[in-house]
Design a binder for this molecule. Structure first.
Ligand code: UDP
Length: 324
């Protein structure tokens, strides 16, 4: 029997590359697509030698052509860190609007099932805590995060329209903060920033007073939730994230302890519209997918720290750094 074929957009990114690994492991033929604006080829380099993997260096916001059949499409192309989407807001808007339209059109032509990567950012700076899927959110469309949040909200709307009008098989995952190996070191997200600062012997920069909260999910748990959702028969949005909540100040202290950096937490101004609290309600994922995260933060952070230390650009001790 020939292998099922899956297209993964954003394949060279943090989540996309882990999804490629999972689908290869599960015996699929994987077609990765990425324009490499924020993705990094080293994340998928190990896959190029495999007969069941191919890669298209292509921008999904432009017309996309994939020869042959497709059974599944996972749309994971998009900048996802506030620093990135502040730098490239127009590409961010395009990839989740025009790009999603292209992906849905392709799925329709190929009679493929499509799963789109949405985000906890659709809840904005939430007035409901924890956030469940029935909450409509509190988003500022003209603030700095508007380009990402509104594009993702549009993405959900057009995905639902294709489902309702064309009967397309669609899935929507709302992803909460996720971490693990292959995060980009310079993407400005809190975890690589803190680990980088700790390794270089610098103080850790908490924004605001550090009392804002996030809930961090280890990447293998998230990938497992996405895999289950794709093969479920549920088309409404499902939150995937780890409900264990922590303040950014406590998180910084954990990183200082983990790395033994001996440095301290310092405070910088809070970016505009930075959500004050974020924690997923995963009741739906539990009941529909039988899914909940398994990896606790201590374990996940250790793996991630070891990964960062292994990278050539991070292979510098605080002492050497101080001497340079
Ligand atoms: N943050 C911080 N210091 C940093 C980077 C981020 O205190 O050097 C905070 C940021 O203000 C936010 C949280 O950490 O409250 C998570 O930020 P991130 O950019 O990782 O993602 P977000 O959840 O805001 O999309």
């Amino acid at each position: 029997m020939s292998k099922k074929r899956v297209l993964i957009t954003g394949a060279a990114g943090f989540l996309g590359s882990h999804l490629c690994d999972r689908f290869i492991k599960e015996g699929f033929y994987v077609i990765g697509m990425d324009n490499l604006i924020t993705g990094e080829l080293r994340n998928i380099e190990h896959l190029f030698k495999l007969p069941d993997f191919e890669f298209y260096h292509q921008d999904v916001s432009k017309y996309i052509h994939v020869p042959g059949e497709l059974d599944y499409i996972l749309h994971f192309a998009s900048p996802a860190s506030p620093i990135d989407y502040l730098k490239i807001p127009i590409q961010t808007l395009k990839v989740s609007s025009l790009g999603t339209h292209n992906v849905l059109g392709l799925a329709r032509a190929k009679k493929a099932r499509v799963l789109v990567a949405s985000t906890s950012e659709v809840y904005g700076d939430p007035l409901v805590h924890p956030q469940n899927e029935d909450y409509w959110g509190n988003v500022n469309p003209v603030g700095p995060r508007g380009c990402y949040d509104e594009a993702k909200r549009f993405q959900e709307a057009i995905t639902m329209a294709y489902h309702n009008v064309h009967g397309l098989e669609t899935r929507i995952v709302r992803i909460f903060n996720t971490y693990g190996p292959r995060m980009r070191l310079n993407d400005g997200r809190v975890l690589p920033t803190f680990i980088g600062q700790a390794i270089r012997g610098e103080d850790l920069t908490a924004f605001g007073d550090g009392t804002q909260t996030r809930s961090f999910c280890y990447v293998s748990d998230l990938v497992d939730g996405i895999y289950r959702l794709l093969f479920s028969d549920y088309h409404l949005p499902v939150n995937c994230g780890n409900p264990v909540e922590i303040t950014i100040k406590e998180f910084a202290e954990e990183i200082i302890k983990l790395t033994g950096s001996g440095t301290k937490v310092i405070y910088k101004p809070l970016p505009t519209d930075d959500p004050k609290q974020r924690k997923p309600d995963i009741t739906r994922a539990k009941s529909i997918l039988g899914w909940e995260p398994k990896v606790d933060r201590a374990e996940g952070l250790k793996i991630t720290y070891d990964y960062f230390k292994s990278l050539p650009e991070y292979n510098i001790t605080p002492k050497e750094f101080a001497n340079n």
